[in-house]
Design a protein around this ligand. Structure first.
Ligand SMILES: [Zn+2]
Length: 81
């Protein structure tokens, strides 16, 4: 998987891209990515803030697991020296 003309990060599969989407929500408070899409240009997957929200992301937001992971992540950061 090489670089893409969109300059976006390329993911090899939909499930890897979705993992990255959820991870980005946990790690970056201002992340607005909400879906993944297959790129016509590079044939890989990218994150996007456009369109319908990814169902796995929506489920993780709805059931509170993103919020929980976020808290865990920030605690980890606090105690990292
Ligand atoms: Zn691409």
């Amino acid at each position: 998987m090489s670089k893409c003309s969109t300059n976006k990060r390329v993911y090899a599969s939909e499930s890897i891209a979705t993992d990255a989407l959820i991870e980005a929500r946990i790690r970056f408070d201002h992340n607005t990515s909400k879906a993944v899409y297959l790129c016509d240009d590079c044939g890989g997957w990218h994150l996007t803030s456009q369109g319908e929200m990814n169902p796995r992301l929506k489920a993780a937001l709805d059931n509170g697991s993103i919020k929980k992971e976020k808290e865990a992540f920030h605690w980890q950061k606090k105690f990292r020296f």
